[in-house]
Design a protein around this ligand. Structure first.
Ligand code: UDP
Length: 587
């Protein structure tokens, strides 16, 4: 607990109805009987004061902890910025583990495998998600030297990780999330691709195939490529690259699983290649990390950076305000690294070397709605680049400032920045775009850089709770256009979109587009625009209508590669039994 006293003048936060449910269920402190004893105000003060207190250990700091705590409190309670869930849950408590993203190595021996299972369990308990590369495990049926028997292969071990995760519900409410990655040249790749064929299997895992540029070139030329035994480096077989790619596309069409990540592209952005190669990402794919690395994330609500046009001027982005938020947020996230207690010494050591943070954005669709720009337009894509370039540049200049106050990240001299004399920086990376699944509920904004799923919809969260939401910017615009009626709102809630409502003003239908109204290519262009200026990666789903063809998915996968995305996730409406988000008609 922080020693900073809560000021008497601290304002009560305004909390939306959905946030009340989520905060009470998962974030506010409870006693041994499960009774909530912490108010939302106390929660935000707990976090703000614990993170601000870290400031005291830096002599060169330009802030006093008490003043900074107040600024952090205001930043969070006006929903301009929120740190990732583990920070909100655990800052200033005995658990003290504050990062959402981890990657653990899985070595090719029994001890190494079960170490990883144990370490993952410890991380899940504290609210973090884990990613693993299974590519180092020897293939199924290869010889086990110590016993003379045969190996059971990555897939059989994956099931053990999945089962262990099932048993450890995070904090009683949040189930651990995992990413499993296998390189496309691993001999068991076909089994891995089919691993989630039956719905419900490996339900605690997202799976992705790690594609190489060599493989992509073979796809282009319809050539065979080599399968390589990870333990011996021997070529043990060949597959036709085009056929494997087609199967990946078919799987994506059927269920969205597995996803794909582009390993060479990811490693081109590895800021510290001398410390190792990046083989995996965190569960949702936005955070590629080295083995034993962790990263804490935070998201700026862009919907709050809207400046209404006055005296005949157009509305625009409040760049000054955005800059202020970025600088405070970087300081916040850097302090989180120090405040966090990691469950393993190896992780403490790796995090200490690189000090990666992942500042991103949410409320992008809300901002576009306010600016009256349609998501599926070149104007929106251009603005995405401009906004993210600004966030990246400002976050780097904030990181430089911190380096002056507190020193650069220890691996800086051997990093790509050090070698090119670009720094010094305090953090090896500063930007990541997270899904903001729960943060966006707390802030009452659109999630990440996604378009709205529906203008009015029922949100399924945390097992079976249902929350009804209508976008406030849409409601205001309908009222402005004199088109508001209770009956109309009911109709919209049923279908989610106003695309086919010809009786509504054209301008409304142009601006208030939803995920399913947007052609898949615009989803991808938006992802690529944000990726261009993001150090880590971008969480984004390319939504497709149920009628989408396999050829369309082929095209999306290929373009994702061409556009320089680090991975791609597609979702064809109706292709999975349970959807995270659904319009009113679905259930
Ligand atoms: N995450 C997790 N379990 C969950 C949700 C998220 O482990 O149930 C981790 C995972 O690494 C994910 C990251 O948190 O990639 C960020 O997810 P999101 O932005 O949705 O989290 P939030 O901070 O909004 O809860």
């Amino acid at each position: 607990m922080s020693t900073l006293k809560m000021p008497a003048s601290l304002p009560d936060p305004i909390i939306n109805e959905n946030a009340k449910i989520v905060l009470k269920r998962r974030y506010q402190r409870k006693d041994a009987d499960g009774i909530v004893y912490e108010s939302v105000k106390e929660l935000f003060w707990r976090v703000a004061s614990a993170i601000a207190e870290e400031e005291a250990k830096y002599d060169g700091s330009s802030y006093k902890p008490a003043k900074l705590a107040r600024e952090f409190y205001d930043l969070m309670t006006t929903y301009r910025f929120l740190p990732n869930s583990p920070t909100l849950m655990n800052a200033g408590t005995d658990i003290g583990q504050l990062a959402a993203c981890f990657v653990l190595p899985v070595a090719d021996d029994i001890e190494g495998i079960f170490d990883a299972v144990k370490h993952a369990a410890m991380i899940h308990k504290s609210g973090g998600g884990t990613g693993f590369s299974f590519s180092r495990l020897r293939a199924k049926d290869s010889v086990v030297g110590s016993t003379g028997g045969v190996a059971s292969g990555p897939l059989s071990f994956l099931k053990i990780f999945n089962c262990a995760t099932e048993q450890i519900k995070q904090g009683g409410t949040r189930r651990g999330a995992n990413m499993g990655i296998l390189r496309v040249d691993h001999p068991d790749v076909m089994d891995f691709i089919k691993a989630k064929e039956r719905d419900g299997e490996l339900n605690n895992f997202n799976l992705s195939i790690g594609l190489t540029e060599q493989f992509m070139r073979a796809v282009e030329k319809k050539e065979d490529y080599d399968l390589v035994a990870p333990n011996s480096g021997e070529v043990v077989g060949q597959l036709n690259a085009r056929e494997v790619f087609n199967i990946l596309v078919n799987k994506a069409w059927e269920s969205g699983d597995p996803g794909i990540v582009f390993l060479d592209r990811i490693n081109r952005d590895n800021p510290t290649p001398k410390l190792g190669e990046i083989e995996s990402t965190n569960p949702c794919g936005e955070q590629p990390l080295l083995p034993y690395e962790a990263c804490n994330l935070g998201s700026i609500n862009l919907g709050k950076c809207y400046l209404k046009g006055k005296n005949g001027h157009d509305s625009e982005i409040d760049w000054e305000e955005l800059k202020r938020i970025v600088h405070l947020s970087v300081r916040f996230l850097d302090n989180v690294i120090d405040a966090s207690v990691y469950p393993l010494d190896q992780i403490t050591e790796m995090v200490g070397k690189n000090r990666k943070i992942g500042l991103g954005v949410m409320g992008w669709a809300d901002l576009l709605y306010q600016l009256k720009i349609s998501y599926n337009s070149q104007t929106a894509v251009d603005l995405a680049e401009r906004v993210m370039k600004f966030v990246r540049d400002e976050s780097r200049s904030a990181s430089k400032l911190l380096a002056k106050e507190r020193g650069e990240f220890p691996a800086y001299p051997e990093s790509v920045f050090g070698e090119a004399n670009l720094g010094p920086y305090r953090n090896a990376t500063t930007t990541t775009i997270a899904p903001t699944g729960t943060l966006s509920i707390i802030a009452g904004c659109s999630s990440g850089v996604e378009p709205l799923f529906a203008l009015s919809f029922v949100r399924n969260v945390m097992d079976n709770d249902k929350l009804v939401e209508t976008n406030p910017f849409f409601e205001a615009a309908v009222k402005d256009a004199d088109a508001y009626s209770a009956k109309l709102m009911e109709e919209i809630a049923k279908v989610g979109t106003i695309k086919k409502m010809d009786h509504l003003p054209e301008e409304l239908r142009r601006v208030f587009v939803t995920a399913m109204d947007i052609e898949p290519i615009w989803h991808l262009k938006m992802q690529a625009a944000f990726q261009k200026f993001t150090d880590n990666a971008v969480s984004k789903t390319v939504n497709l209508p149920n009628s989408a063809t396999k050829e369309e998915i082929w095209d999306i996968y290929w373009k994702a590669y061409e556009f320089g995305c680090k991975g791609v996730t597609v979702y064809r409406d109706g292709s999975k039994i349970s959807q995270v988000l659904c319009t009113g008609d679905d259930k």
